[in-house]
Ligand binder design. Structure first.
Ligand SMILES: Cc1cc2nc3c(=O)[nH]c(=O)nc-3n(C[C@H](O)[C@H](O)[C@H](O)COP(=O)(O)OP(=O)(O)OC[C@H]3O[C@@H](n4cnc5c(N)ncnc54)[C@H](O)[C@@H]3O)c2cc1C
Ligand code: SF4
Ligand code: SF4
Length: 1005
């Protein structure tokens, strides 16, 4: 560690209640946000209190460093990036402090959706609606005056602020609201001994002296968050200081607390999706519709619409392939009748204006309205999924023009794009004149700056000509501050006066809004790090020469990825921060949900790998810091599924673990999880004795010490004989080539084989009951998913090669390979092709199918027997992550619905926290329980007679602290078919009430 960082730890780290991080990996994680830029900070602070923030600002002043506040880091202009101390408010300062009838007081790290979830039961909400509400923090929203589609009706963040507490440049704390003016701009006789009064008085003076300049140069636009908001701050005898501070991007003060106005939840909403033959027709309609005062009127172009079609089957069926443009128009009203009338008027106005108008969707209920809004919410981040020579880049993505100039500006913008030979996607909050363009350009490299600047300059000339602004709601940040001189001319001097009042030493977010003093160095782009020359002599002493990822000797990877593919996968992450969600509607990321730290987020894991191939050097892959980061991933694959760019973070973490295992061995937890197969196979030689031992607390204590299996984890009993050892001969005859009907092959995997042969039998009997012949290869091995998740890729590869030998020929002959364990499907379908360079890996991946999906196919073709007996039972169903990862919802859950009397409710409680065998390890147990707590608690409520899920690991967690039995859905089907009546003995006795398990029941039989 260099001297400067060492001193920081000693002088600042020691006084903070929160944390100060200076290691190269942590600082690399905070070097980027959702923008194109890369600026490594010197240190990252996680304050826990306002006093921590004061200490950071004072320390920065002492040692001449900049302070860069940060929320979720979802900004697209690089607003939170800087080379000094980044202050992450989202880590600890995220409490809701108090609420009354019409206001709520919060810390800045509170996430907007969290706040609204808290307010909803009170019938209130915080109205500004940026599309990334599941992740954006209130601090970030205040700093950029965030707004969304409904800004024409509800306004922006500024319109809902009562008071702000902030730490300003000299380290003092002020509370700003709407202040009564004492001096009335004369420079006296205010109470000049009170620093706050002095500040207000000076500000009043600056505003009065420059009133004309402000009126002339700051456009009165519905959306404008560029520069400081000086217009209208002096009103009557009041100084609207809180309003002025909103949008100041952390350059005037660091917000530590905010009192916000809440509003009653809107009573009724109606929404319509209108399609048009040309973009021009759609923009003309905006004018007509705006007179009807919609609560939102958003415009989408052809590219955006075609992404929408890809995002959901329902959208692809309602939006024809050739649609050129669309408007989403929302109206609110006191009753559904009113919203219907208002939407009908919108449709008539559109039809009267544009002949090609087509109504694609209309809704007047909550679900329908939310469904349609999910279209733009999904698309904007999806833009980044587009691969190829060019990508849609955010750098002129926040232009706003007077709404009446929309059409003229769009025509001018098209001319500019043509002149620069680029195309661009467009999504616009059209009624407010807010346009989100993303030009398609090559990923920025070191020499891209000039091209981006030239395009921006040409486009902004048109913006200024029509009285618009470079930023309507995302802020100036790094990408727009250089253009403020052109936009505001002499008003920039006034911005400087204001800055000097609050932050005379220019320590607070320097370089944003008011350009930093001195020579400006060209900014680095995050995607350009691979092509940069060695960074010797950099300000960051830990940087190593940049590596060329195409060098095959650079890093030895466990899977069949090349280093280049590995690093490219990392650069696919655009930093959008969508993976910081803790929304109950989503699954990712179990670790981030319990921790709220950037390090736990999938984004951090992708950024870490990007830095490994960039500034940090490949040695970092096996560093302790990266080992800790990789331990915050158990390969559940939910981030890959839900990330708009489908960034393969889990694979990156598997590779990192594998590299670490090669150098330093596996972590204790991973070793335990990886070794489970062997331990169980050993225990299987003496199942009775093993089961007895597993149920004895003293023996469990010893097992924990010796084998690392947590003493409190309930473990599944071993079967007397494994399924494959007791396999009836008729299921083990290899099918003749050309046999008709073609038998399916059953891949049993570890759990059904050693612990639950009844499940394996259930599947085979169900298949036979439906006239599907089955072949069970006797010499198959477990899939090896636990080994892959732990990074033991060599052992996993051996299993994979063996299994491919067993299954390959069958797959090539066209036999379906059915699995009762979802992880086995994921393993054979997604992991094997990356793990081994084997000719049969692709054929097996093609043929493998989850049992529920296979049975659902039979049902679809009318070939599933429906002769179920009644099961009078309430079942709670949990969807395993690996089933979701297959891209299908649970078919078995649907099929259970065919059983008479069986009432199935889906439990929405997120990931179970087991990740196969991961959750049994002593080192992982507490985290596993914390992640799985919502599911465990749900099972403890006792309103289900039975739990049911396909995943064996999830089943263990569901039974961890509950006496309610949990069975695979196939067993319930087999019981209802009357194929295995003994399963009925596992069902609860309706006469005895559910109970918590006793500590003696350590084994689940
Ligand atoms: C997919 C996507 C969709 C988006 N949609 C919208 C949208 O619909 N509307 C919209 O307005 N924006 C949108 N944005 C832009 C951006 O996310 C928002 O502006 C957001 O409010 C930023 O919040 P954050 O918590 O991520 O802040 P960050 O990105 O961390 O920071 C943003 C700015 O706030 C400052 N800041 C953060 N915390 C504090 C604090 N406590 N005190 C002082 N300054 C602070 C930072 O220094 C920085 O200047 C979108 C971004 C993405 C990636
Ligand atoms: S991993 Fe995906 S969701 Fe997360 S920041 Fe990157 S692109 Fe966004
Ligand atoms: S795979 Fe799961 S645990 Fe790993 S980063 Fe993604 S969501 Fe988190």
């Amino acid at each position: 560690m260099d001297e400067q960082r060492q001193l920081m730890i000693e002088d600042l780290g020691s006084v903070l209640e929160g944390e100060l991080l200076v290691d190269p990996l942590s600082t690399a994680l905070y070097a980027s946000d959702a923008s194109l830029y890369h600026v490594p900070p010197l240190a990252v602070a996680h304050p826990r209190t306002r006093d921590d923030v004061v200490a950071i600002v004072n320390y920065a002043a002492e040692v001449d460093l900049g302070v860069f506040p940060r929320g979720a880091g979802s900004g697209v202009a690089g607003g939170c990036l800087g080379p000094g101390i980044v202050v992450d408010f989202s880590r600890y300062l995220h409490r809701i402090l108090s609420v009354d009838a019409s206001t709520v007081t919060v810390e800045p790290g509170v996430v907007l959706d969290e706040l609204n979830r808290y307010l909803r039961p009170l019938g209130r909400y915080f109205p500004p609606d940026p599309s990334n509400a599941p992740v954006t923090t209130i601090g970030g929203m205040l700093a950029v005056d965030a707004a969304g589609s409904r800004s024409v009706r509800v306004g922006s963040t500024r319109d809902h602020v009562e008071r702000l507490e902030l730490v300003i440049g000299d380290g003092s704390v002020i509370e700003a609201g709407s202040e009564k003016l004492l001096s009335r701009g004369t420079g006296g006789p205010a109470n000049l001994t009170d620093p706050y009064q002095r500040l207000c008085d000076n500000l009043e003076r600056i505003l009065r002296e420059n009133e004309e300049l402000i009126g002339e140069w700051q456009p009165a636009l519905p959306r404008n968050c560029s520069g400081y908001h000086l217009r209208g701050v002096l009103a009557d005898d009041r100084l609207e200081l809180a309003r002025m501070l909103v949008g100041s991007e952390g350059t005037l003060g660091l917000f530590t607390r905010a009192t916000l106005h809440t509003s009653p939840l809107p009573e009724h909403r109606g929404i319509v999706l209108l399609l048009f033959g040309t973009l021009e027709e759609a923009t003309r309609c905006v004018q007509a519709i705006s007179t009807l005062q919609p609560s939102a009127c958003d415009l989408m172009d052809r590219r955006v619409l075609s992404l929408g079609r890809e995002s959901d089957l329902r959208f692809s069926s309602m939006i024809p392939a050739g649609s050129e443009a669309a408007l989403i128009v929302e109206q609110v009203g006191m009753s559904e009748r009113e919203t219907r009338e208002r939407i009908a008027r919108v449709i008539s106005a559109a039809r009267a204006t544009a002949q090609s108008t087509r109504v694609a969707f209309e809704a007047h209920d909550f679900d329908g309205v939310e469904f349609l809004w999910s279209l733009p919410r999904r698309i904007v981040p999806m833009l980044t999924r587009l691969k190829g020579a060019t990508r849609p880049l955010p750098f002129v993505e926040d232009i706003a023009v007077p709404p009446e100039q929309l059409h003229e500006f769009l025509t001018a913008a098209q001319r500019v794009f043509q002149a620069h030979e680029v195309t661009a996607s467009l999504y616009a909050h059209a009624a407010a004149g807010q346009l989100h363009f993303r030009p398609f350009l090559p990923a920025p490299a070191d020499d891209s700056g000039q091209r981006l600047e030239e395009l921006a300059t040409s486009l902004y000339e048109e913006v200024f000509r029509l009285g618009g602004t470079v930023s309507g709601e995302h802020g100036d940040g790094l990408s727009r501050t250089p253009f403020l001189n052109k936009q505001y001319g002499p008003l920039c001097r006034v911005f400087q006066f204001v800055k000097d009042l609050f932050d005379p030493q220019a320590r607070l977010n320097p370089g944003k809004i008011v350009p930093a003093a001195g020579e400006s160095t060209p900014l680095e782009f995050r995607a350009s790090q691979f092509s940069r020359p060695p960074t010797d002599g950099s300000t960051n002493p830990t940087l190593k020469p940049t590596q060329d990822p195409s060098d095959p000797d650079l890093v030895s990877l466990g899977g069949s990825w090349t280093a280049e593919e590995f690093s490219e996968a990392a650069t696919d992450c655009n930093g959008c921060a969508a993976c910081r969600t803790i929304s109950p509607q989503q699954r990712m990321c179990p670790f981030f949900r319990i921790d709220h730290s950037e390090h736990a987020s999938p984004r951090a894991k992708a950024n870490a790998i990007r830095s490994v191939f960039g500034p940090l050097g490949t040695d970092t892959l096996v560093s302790e810091e990266l080992r800790q980061l990789a331990s915050l991933c158990f390969n559940c694959k939910q981030c890959q599924l839900e990330c708009p760019g489908h960034v393969n973070v889990p694979q990156m973490m598997v590779e990192a673990k594998a590299a670490q295992a090669t150098v330093d061995g596996m972590t204790r937890g991973d070793r335990t999880a990886a070794g489970v197969h062997d331990l169980v196979a050993l225990g299987g030689l003496m199942p009775r004795a093993t089961n007895w031992l597993l149920g004895q607390p003293p023996a469990r204590w010893l097992i924990e010490k010796l084998l690392g299996i947590h003493r409190d984890r309930r473990l599944p009993a071993l079967a007397r004989r494994s399924f494959l050892r007791s396999l009836p001969r008729r299921w083990s005859f290899r099918p003749r080539p050309g046999a008709r009907p073609k038998p399916v092959v059953y891949f049993v995997d570890h759990f059904a084989n050693y612990h639950d042969p009844e499940l394996a039998t259930a599947l085979v009997r169900i298949l036979e009951h439906n006239d599907v012949p089955v072949y069970v290869p006797r010499d198959q091995y477990p899939s090896g998913m636990a080994l892959i998740t732990s990074g033991d890729l060599d052992s996993a590869r051996r299993l994979a090669e063996w299994n491919l030998r067993e299954l390959g020929e069958l797959a090539r002959e066209g036999h379906r390979i059915v699995c009762s364990e979802p992880s086995a499907v994921v393993c054979l379908q997604q992991e094997y092709p990356r793990l081994v360079d084997h000719p049969d890996a692709a054929a097996v991946a093609e043929q493998v199918v989850e049992a529920g999906t296979f049975l659902a196919e039979l049902h679809e073709h009318g070939r599933l027997s429906l002769d179920f007996e009644e099961l009078d039972l309430d079942a709670g169903y949990h969807t395993p992550c690996h089933l979701k990862a297959l891209g299908t919802e649970s078919s078995l859950r649907e099929l259970l619905g065919l059983i008479p009397g069986l009432r199935v409710s889906t439990i929405e409680a997120g990931c179970s926290g087991m990740a196969g065998a991961w959750g049994i390890a002593r080192d992982n147990f507490a985290t596993s329980i914390e992640i799985g707590r919502p599911l465990i608690s749900r099972m403890q409520q006792g309103d289900f007679g039975i739990g049911t899920t396909e995943c064996s690991g999830c089943r263990l967690q569901m039974q961890q602290d509950s006496s309610t039995p949990t069975l695979h859905p196939l067993k319930l089907m087999a019981l209802a078919y009357g194929l295995i009546p003994e399963i009925g003995q596992k069902l609860p006795d309706p006469a005895s009430p559910p109970r918590r398990r006793s500590h003696r029941e350590l084994v689940i039989s």
